[in-house]
Write a new protein. Structure first.
Length: 264
């Protein structure tokens, strides 16, 4: 049975992926910062993990390795969203955004790499975002964290290929999850932004609330797990092919589309 560690498996995208993998015969270890809350709720095991804490990562890995001798895949899914204009977002909030989404995924990756390199196989799948390819207004630090993921894993993929470790990034558009309910907002202290911020954040929240549920993302994870030679990038979601295409070929058309979408 193949063993998978998936971070942030208690809600939204991570929960759907973990359930699908479990139903398809994988041994799934999900994680949460509050495992007691969830332990009896899911059909897969939940380990304690806060990806912003080095100590928590080491403890989680020790617990996992006491239960299994191989790790077939790490799925970096855990993430948060900081919202607000770039100018109003505090540096502490900006750091927290990058610390969680980028450094969290990087630290987990560095924690599993020695084992995967030794066993000479493994897959590392990271849930990036379409925001890692295009910019989402009033989520500049979120977009930056996801752009950083693209750059890191694109490079890592080449470095670890000789050890039969396969790196992929899934780039979803909007999907229904709990993300918008846990958004951390910048203090709205600059009145110039008031109407613009209100419109953009309403569209952002609405887009997640009204989006489809994340099963298509879980299907891509299963496809990657079954593939001998997975691709680097998997875009998924409504118009997920269109925005990057427009951005690279017709930047002004793309920019106009983003302004219309976010009412800016
Ligand atoms: N929803 C979308 O439209 C969308 C689109 C593109 C990409 N994404 C990405 O998809 C991933 C999952 O997000 P989601 O939309 O499913 O949101 P979600 O429902 O809020 O789930 C986030 C998960 O991350 C975990 N988490 C948060 N901070 C953590 C930390 N410091 N340490 C460990 N775990 C932490 C949470 O677990 P606990 O609270 O139990 O610890 C939770 O299970 C994120 O990387 C997000 O950026 C989402």
């Amino acid at each position: 049975m193949k063993t998978i560690l998936i971070t942030g498996a208690t809600s939204g995208i991570g929960l759907v992926i973990a359930n699908q993998l479990h139903q398809n015969g994988y041994k799934v270890y999900g994680t949460s910062r509050m495992p007691e809350k969830f332990r009896t709720k899911f059909p897969f095991e939940i380990l304690e993990l806060d990806i912003t804490s080095e100590e928590s990562i080491q403890k989680c890995m020790a617990t996992l390795l006491a239960k299994t001798s191989t790790i077939d895949a790490l799925i970096n899914n855990a993430g948060i969203g900081v919202c607000g204009s770039a100018e109003e977002t505090s540096i502490e909030q900006a750091y927290k955004q990058i610390e969680t989404n980028f450094w969290g995924a990087v630290k987990m990756t560095r924690a599993v790499l020695p084992f995967m390199r030794k066993q000479r196989f493994g897959k590392i799948i990271t849930i990036g975002s379409l925001a890692g390819i295009i910019g989402v207004p009033y989520q500049s630090y979120y977009s930056a964290s996801k752009h950083a993921i693209e750059g890191f894993f694109k490079t890592l993929r080449i470095e670890v290929r000789p050890f039969n470790i396969k790196i992929s990034v899934i780039e979803p558009g909007f999907f229904k999850s709990n993300l918008h309910h846990t958004f951390e907002y910048a203090q709205p202290v600059i009145p110039d932004y008031d109407n613009l911020r209100k419109n953009a954040l309403a569209v952002l929240n609405d887009s997640i609330e009204k989006a489809r549920t994340p099963e298509p993302i879980a299907r891509i994870v299963l496809k990657i797990m079954k593939s001998q030679s997975p691709d680097f990038s998997y875009r998924v979601g409504k118009n997920s092919w269109l925005a990057p295409f427009l951005q690279f070929l017709f930047f002004r058309v793309y920019e106009f589309g983003v302004r219309v979408k976010f009412m800016l």
